[in-house]
Design a protein around this ligand. Structure first.
Ligand code: HMG
Ligand code: MG
Length: 304
């Protein structure tokens, strides 16, 4: 098994969090824990496990405290969690986390719908969270959602993405994840938005891309981002996902689809495709729905 430093590309798994957060039927904590185990078995080394948000806002993840307390951490695996405020920070700290993500957006309307704050208020709410992370030596990430389009406001300019990204970096997060929350981006948008972030002096190693595959453009967008030097991609095993406050957001880029692309492109990432498909089947069985991802259905290509 390779270490993260030896991999060309980091695959940051968001299935247990983004993948499940929008599911209406409660999923037993045990099934979520099994999912996380299978992901680690597959070689994933960053697994976003849950969110310490209001249980009223995201009922599916109301078991975050129990899940993180029960989760057996593996050496070399990072289990980040979403934390929106000081209340979430207290819960996360009590559950022994050592990697946290704060999350805001490039559009005011989405930020209001998602976390009931203005973008400026969200930055203020995150200040103590990121300060505590730095003090405690935790890893931290900041999400910039709706970087390519907002379900309420429509088009989003790259200047807004850069502005919010720089504010998050100033707070002290180690990485930005740039989100196509509703899956509207195409490669030209990726070149425009990532180009603006790089022009603003943000190093490519500080950026991750978070694509939703709502319109089937996620892999094309990954390819464009790879060309720009981006080496971290968020993905969800089984292709589940969506945000309760982003109407029209469908699944995340499926981890199995991403792994297949990277394998064929000769880029190392440390993740085993067959084992990811096993985890994807676990998700579809848990949700009682057939697996619909391309590579989940077809499998890898066993060259005859
Ligand atoms: P609010 O209602 O404005 O907050 O929610 P509040 O401070 O007035 O609190 C209301 C109630 O919630 C209170 O309880 C608080 O104690 C409680 P009450 O006194 O009424 O019983 N509360 C909490 N409970 C547990 N944990 C907490 C917490 N905070 C408050 N942390 C708030 C504001 C931010 C809390 C809420 O809007 C929220 O939790 N939103 C989260 C929404 C969310 O998780 N969305 C999905 C993640 S973002 C996403 O998916 C996009 C991403 O994938 C990237 C992309 O695709 O672009 C990351
Ligand atoms: Mg998302």
């Amino acid at each position: 098994m390779t270490t993260m430093a030896e991999r060309d590309v980091r695959i940051y798994e968001v299935g247990p969090r983004d993948g499940l957060q929008n599911e209406a039927t409660p999923i037993p904590t045990e099934a979520k824990l099994r999912f996380v185990e299978l992901l680690a078995d597959a070689g994933l080394r960053e697994i976003e496990a849950t969110s310490f948000v209001s249980p009223r806002a995201v009922p599916q993840l109301a078991d975050a405290d129990d899940l993180m307390s029960a989760l057996e951490r593996r050496h070399g695996v990072r289990y980040p969690v979403l934390v929106p405020n000081e209340r979430g920070l207290q819960r996360a700290e009590a559950a022994g986390v050592d990697a946290v993500c704060v999350f805001t957006a490039a559009s005011e309307a989405f930020t209001r719908a998602n976390i009931n704050m203005t973008v400026a208020e969200s930055i203020d709410a995150f200040r103590p969270v990121v300060a505590r992370a730095r003090e405690a030596g935790w890893w931290s990430r900041g999400y910039v959602s709706t970087a390519f389009g907002c379900p309420y406001q429509g088009l989003v300019g790259e200047a807004a993405v850069v502005g919010v990204g720089l504010q998050l970096l100033e707070l002290g997060v180690e990485e930005l994840s740039i989100g196509d929350t509703i899956g509207v981006a195409t490669p030209g948008d990726v070149r425009r938005v990532v180009g603006a972030l790089l022009d603003a002096g943000i190093p490519p190693g500080t950026l991750a891309m978070h694509f939703h595959d709502t319109r089937g453009t996620a892999l094309a967008n990954v390819s464009a981002a790879l060309d720009l030097g981006i080496r971290c991609f968020d993905a969800s095993t089984g292709g589940t996902g969506g945000c309760p406050y982003a109407p029209g957001a469908a699944g995340n880029l499926a981890t199995e689809d991403l792994v297949y692309l990277l394998d064929r492109e000769g880029l190392t990432h440390g993740v085993d495709l067959d084992a990811v498909v096993v985890a994807a089947h676990h998700v579809s069985e848990t949700l009682g729905r057939p697996l619909t991802t391309k590579v989940g259905q077809a499998g890898g290509w066993r060259v005859p």
